[in-house]
Design a protein around this ligand. Structure first.
Ligand code: MG
Length: 393
């Protein structure tokens, strides 16, 4: 039996896709959501994720997560939850792999700065930018811009959207991927799952990277119940891990158990919610007033506590903040430079800028697209070349 025949009635079945904006003939061996995933993997935006910051700027160490390895871990987490729920694994994988394609260099510091730079012209938001990458910025097909992904994948990529942006998007694509924000509807279960898989993955890998970097300690993590509970149980089950030279095994086994607990919690909670609401169709999922793929209330609290711990102890650690301060300056100065000198951008952006010359908002958007697409190291080296300053080395 193929994976598609095992799909539950509430899954987005590939044969029932709402389709692509530019109709294409089917292929004999892959369904539409498999094709979406493959298009994402082959995109240039996907390859650039390898040199984009998750928490640590790329040059800080070779073993830390980048946006690429983060995206792969999110996809792994998503698939392993999708299968027992009877969801469309290919679609979950496609959404997970694409979810950060619109991220700027230097993580959230880069996004916040670019949003500031674009304030007069509609702002910058990485979910919208991810959609822009797959809809417009990739240049891979003879007759259309973007990757021409299915509605369901695009819907999952547009995870958040303000009412104002939803109205703008809906004007361009009436009843399209932004309509649910205007109607107050939920996305499909695969999109809901990708969203949660992202949080599960980054909470876990940021504990790992944080400890390995020395910025957070196992002692500090004892204040986080979700981690401490598994950590104590691992020590109980494997007393030899008390030895300092086993600290790495102890950390990994604790993280592994923490991940498993969250995965089983999501599966059980989602099954219970599907049963309680009686939802059995994709339309039922969309109309349902609540998210059906979710943590239990208790696990939600524990996950939030870990997130808050990481925010205060890692993301706002003075060493991380120092690097991010420099990164913000790089993004701000690059944006200002290209807005003044659009012809200094790569040719395809310079050409778009030339066409937008009499429209400052359109010109600023071209500059934002160019800067957002940069990898950390390209942004740092361009900044150095253009300003003569070395801010990140
Ligand atoms: Mg992410």
């Amino acid at each position: 039996m193929s994976a598609v025949e095992l799909l539950a009635p509430w899954a987005c079945h590939p044969a029932a896709t709402r389709g692509r904006r530019h109709p294409e003939a089917p292929t004999p061996t892959r369904n539409d959501h498999q094709r979406d995933r493959d298009r994402i993997v082959h995109s240039s935006a996907f390859r650039r994720l390898v040199y984009k910051t998750q928490v640590f700027v790329n040059h800080e160490g070779d073993l830390f997560r980048t946006r690429l390895t983060h995206s792969l871990e999110v996809a792994q987490m998503g698939r392993s939850i999708a299968r027992p729920l009877g969801l469309n694994e290919d679609l979950v994988e496609a959404i997970c792999l694409a979810h950060d394609l619109g991220h700027t260099p230097f993580g959230h510091a880069g996004q916040d700065t670019l949003n500031d730079c674009m304030r007069e012209w509609g702002g910058f938001e990485h979910n919208l930018q991810s959609l822009r990458v797959v809809d417009r910025l990739e240049e891979r097909y003879p007759d259309f811009d973007g990757l021409n992904l299915t509605f369901e994948t695009r819907e999952g990529i547009l995870k958040h959207c303000s009412q104002r942006n939803a109205q703008l998007l809906d004007a361009q694509e009436p009843g399209g991927v932004a309509a649910r924000f205007l109607r107050g509807e939920q996305p499909g279960l695969e999109a809901q799952l990708a969203n949660l898989a992202d949080a599960i993955a980054y909470n876990a890998h940021d504990v790992d990277d944080g400890v390995r970097s020395g910025l957070i300690t196992l002692e500090q993590l004892q204040t986080v119940p979700l981690f401490a509970r598994h950590y104590q149980q691992v020590l109980h089950d494997h007393p030899h891990l008390h030895a300092p030279d086993h600290s790495r095994r102890l950390l990994y086994e604790s993280i592994r158990r923490m991940l498993s607990a969250q995965v089983y919690d999501v599966i059980a909670t989602t099954q219970a919610q599907l049963a309680a609401t009686g939802v059995t169709t994709v339309d039922g999922v969309r109309q349902c007033g609540q998210r059906l793929v979710a943590f239990s209330a208790d696990m939600h609290r524990q996950s939030q506590a870990l997130k808050t711990f990481l925010l205060h102890q890692l993301y706002r650690h003075p060493q991380v903040m120092h690097t991010m301060g420099a990164a913000q300056q790089v993004v701000r100065e690059l944006f200002a430079y290209y807005l003044e000198q659009p012809q200094a951008m790569k040719p395809r952006f310079a050409q778009r800028a030339a066409r937008a010359a009499d429209n400052q908002a359109a010109l600023a958007r071209v500059v934002a697209d160019f800067v957002a697409g940069m990898t950390d190291r390209y942004a740092a080296s361009e900044h150095q070349r253009l300003t003569g300053q070395t801010l990140l080395a």
